[in-house]
Design a protein around this ligand. Sequence first.
Ligand SMILES: [Zn+2]
Length: 92
Amino acid sequence: MEIEDYGRARVLVTSHGQTFLVDLVSFDLNGGCTCAHFLSRLKPEINRARELGNFIPGHFFRCPHIRAARDFILDQHFLPRLLELYPDNEDS
Ligand SMILES: [Zn+2]
């Protein structure tokens, strides 16, 4: 998978020659993706859970592209920032 920062918590994920746009903050921070799996299976599950009032964002509602994009943002942005804020935690 190739992953590219697209700005404002959005990430382009290319897999098997197809590129999908992942928005990490949509669906209550679950993330959303333009792939067929998310649009045809996961998004309806999210909407159903929302209607029932029991939607909790998490692994179950994330396609592989959302999971890869979250890892990418964590590794490229948040963890380096945390290391800047708390430098004493490095290699303890
Ligand atoms: Zn996807």
